[in-house]
Write a protein that binds this ligand. Structure first.
Ligand code: FAD
Length: 391
C-alpha cells in the first residue's frame, strides 16, 4: 500500500515542492524541510515547457498555473544581434495542445506550495545530517529537530548537503558566464509582442526576453562572459550599466529595453558533469542536487518536475511490501540518461546562442535543426514512460 510510505523531502524549491505534489497525488505521505524561514523565490522568470506542464496539469495544478502564467507562443524567434531573424522558436509539443508558460518564479512556487497541506511544509529546517538502517532513515536539523522517514529525497539544490551521503562530492563547474537578469513592467515597452520569447545571438553572448505573470511583466536575461567568477545567488545585485554596455549597438529592441532597466540581479552559471550515482539505500537525489544544468534549454526546473513524477510512479508501484532501495535504483537508472542528455544539449545550445562558430551559417542551420530535439523533449511523457517500465 503506497500510502504507508512516508517520504521526507529536503529542500522547498521548485523541484522539492513539485515532487511533494506528485507523491501526494499518488497517495504517498510527504513532509518538506526547507532551510529558509519562509518559502520564496526571487523576482525572475522560469519557463514551464510542455514536458512538465502536462504533468502539473494532470495532478490538478492547471488552473492555478493558467491564472499566473504568461502564454508563450506567437512571435517567438531567434535573431542575430542586429535583429535579423534566424528562425522560429518551437513553443508547443507536436499535438499543438500542450503549450508553455513564462512564469514568475515566486508565482510558480506559490502555486506548488498552495496545493500542499500547510502541515507538510517545515520551514526553518536546515538539514545537517542523515543516517539510515533497515527500518528507516533519519534526518537531523540545525535547529535540533529530527525527522524519520522511509525515503529521503535530497532536493537541496546544486550545493546539496545530502549529496555526500550518496557519492564523492564534486564541485560545480563555472561556465565563465554571468547572467544579468530582472523583470520590467510590460507597460514600459508597449510595442513588445506580448506572447513572444525572443533570443538575440552574437559576439560571444546572448540576450533573451519572455513574458511572465499573465504578460504584465517581461523577464530579460543577458548572458555575458566574464573571468570574474560570479556567485550563484539569485539576490546578488548586478551592475545595470555594465549590462547595458555589454549589448551596446545591438538591435534597437534590445538597447531600447535596456534603457528602461533601472536595476538587475546577476547569477554565475554553473553545471556539473553527470554524477556516477544518485542513490544510496533510502536516499536519492532530485533536481539540481542530482543534475544541475546550464539554462540554455530552460530545462533545469522542468527536469526536476519530471524527476518528481517518475519517483511518485515508481514508489507507488513499489508500495511498502516492495523493496524501496530497488525502486530508488530504478528511478536513478531511468532518469540518469535523460537528464545527462539534457545537460549536454544545454551546453551545446549555449555555444550556438553565443555564436561560438567560425561559420555562422552552420550555427543557423543547427538552430533550425534544434527544433527536432526540442520537439522530442516536449513530446516526452514521463508519467507514461515510468508506468510502462512496470509493464
Ligand atoms: C539564469 C537561469 C535561468 C534559468 N531558467 C530556467 C528555465 O527557464 N526553465 C527551467 O526549467 N529552469 C531554469 N533554470 C534552472 C532552474 O532554476 C533550476 O534547475 C531549478 O530551480 C532547480 O530547482 P531545485 O528545486 O532542484 O533546486 P533549488 O531551486 O536550488 O532549491 C533548493 C532548495 O533547497 C533548500 N536547501 C538547500 N540546502 C538545504 C538544507 N541543508 N536543508 C534544507 N533546505 C535546503 C534551498 O534553500 C532551496 O529552497 C534557470 C537557471 C538559471 C541560473
Amino acid at each position: 500500500m503506497a500510502q504507508n510510505i512516508h517520504v521526507a523531502i529536503v529542500g522547498g524549491g521548485i523541484g522539492g515542492l513539485a515532487a511533494a505534489n506528485a507523491l501526494l497525488h499518488r497517495g504517498i505521505s510527504v513532509a518538506v524541510y526547507e532551510q529558509a524561514g519562509a518559502l520564496g523565490e526571487v523576482g525572475a522568470g522560469v519557463f514551464i515547457y510542455p514536458n512538465s506542464l502536462r504533468q502539473l496539469e494532470r495532478i490538478g495544478l492547471g488552473d492555478a498555473l493558467a491564472r499566473v502564467g504568461a502564454k508563450v507562443g506567437s512571435g517567438s524567434e531567434y535573431c542575430r544581434m542586429d535583429g535579423s531573424v534566424v528562425g522560429k522558436i518551437l513553443t508547443t509539443d507536436s499535438s499543438g495542445w500542450n503549450g508553455m508558460y513564462g512564469m514568475h518564479r515566486a508565482d510558480l512556487l506559490n502555486a506548488l506550495a498552495d496545493a500542499l497541506p500547510a502541515s507538510s511544509i517545515h520551514t526553518g529546517h536546515r538539514c545537517v545530517g542523515f543516517s539510515q538502517d533497515e527500518n528507516g532513515a533519519r534526518l537531523t536539523f540545525e535547529n535540533g529537530n529530527v525527522a524519520e522517514a522511509d525515503v529521503v529525497v535530497a532536493a537541496d539544490g546544486i550545493n546539496s548537503v545530502l549529496q555526500r551521503y550518496v557519492v564523492e562530492p564534486s564541485a560545480p563547474e563555472y561556465s565563465g558566464f554571468r547572467a544579468y537578469r530582472g523583470l520590467i513592467s510590460a507597460d514600459k515597452v508597449p510595442q513588445w509582442k506580448r506572447e513572444a520569447h525572443q533570443v538575440w545571438m552574437g559576439d560571444g553572448k546572448h540576450f533573451m526576453v519572455f513574458p511572465v505573470r499573465r504578460g504584465e511583466l517581461l523577464n530579460y536575461v543577458g548572458f555575458v562572459p566574464t573571468n570574474n567568477e560570479t556567485v550563484e545567488s539569485w539576490s546578488a545585485i548586478g551592475d545595470r550599466d555594465e549590462l547595458a554596455a555589454s549589448f551596446a549597438g545591438w538591435d534597437p529592441r534590445v538597447t531600447g529595453l535596456l534603457d528602461k532597466v533601472e536595476s538587475c540581479f546577476w547569477w554565475g552559471l554553473y553545471d556539473r558533469k553527470p554524477l556516477a550515482k544518485w542513490t544510496n539505500g533510502r536516499l536519492t537525489l532530485l533536481g539540481d542536487a542530482a543534475h544541475p544544468m546550464l539554462p540554455h534549454l530552460g530545462q533545469g526546473a522542468n527536469q526536476a518536475i519530471e524527476d518528481g513524477t517518475a519517483l511518485a510512479v515508481l514508489l507507488q508501484q513499489c508500495g511498502t511490501s516492495g523493496d524501496i532501495s530497488e525502486a530508488l535504483q530504478k528511478y536513478e537508472a531511468f532518469r540518469h540518461p535523460r537528464t545527462s542528455l539534457v545537460q549536454s544539449e544545454a551546453r551545446k545550445n549555449g555555444l550556438r546562442y553565443d555564436s561560438k562558430y567560425k561559420d555562422l551559417a552552420q550555427r543557423d542551420k543547427e538552430i533550425a535543426n534544434s527544433a527536432v530535439f526540442r520537439k522530442s523533449l516536449y513530446d516526452y511523457d514521463i508519467e507514461k514512460e515510468a508506468i510502462d517500465l512496470h509493464v
